[in-house]
Design a binder for this molecule. Sequence first.
Ligand SMILES: [Mn+2]
Length: 205
Amino acid sequence: MTKKIIERVSYIERTTNETQIKVSVNLDGKGKNLVNTNLPFFDHMIQQLSKHSLIDIELECIGDLDIDAHHTMEDVGWALGKAILDALGDKKGIKRYSFTYLPMDECLTRCCIDVSGRPWLIWNVFLPNVKIKNIETEIFREFFQSFSQSAGLTLHIENIYGQNTHHIIESCFKSLAISIRNAINLDLRNLNSVPSTKGTLTGNR
Ligand SMILES: [Mn+2]
């Protein structure tokens, strides 16, 4: 008997007056990516997320950058999170929980994750520089907030120490990547079961 292999892939398109986004993901990929948001530093971060989570990501966003980077980053977070949620399906067989301590030169960041279906973000991250190129660094919180909401993730991110703003932000993305990778990996001992005594991880409560 051959086991049915379920592909964990999805595609999202979303257009508003603020952004036009197309995103596709393959959760069981190799970390290949093609990312264009017209914000090179943000692209660099999404590429890190793909590379270290092994989720293949193709993402294009045309946003109202003449205003600022806010709508683009918030909506990319939402669309990417929703694509991951859709690709996860009923969440059967996933490991569900994970945490990562991610060092990057002088800084250390911890990310704890529960693929719970119950969105929550804890963001204990202080960013010393107000801007990186044309991005206000406070918008990174908005990315993680909308990503955790649409993906249904309980996400606790804390920068334990660090000085360099580029490093701190990058360590947040990389620690998220490794945590997601481990949490959505299939548990070979538990393939046919949703890892919840309630029997579901798709409701809100
Ligand atoms: Mn970098």
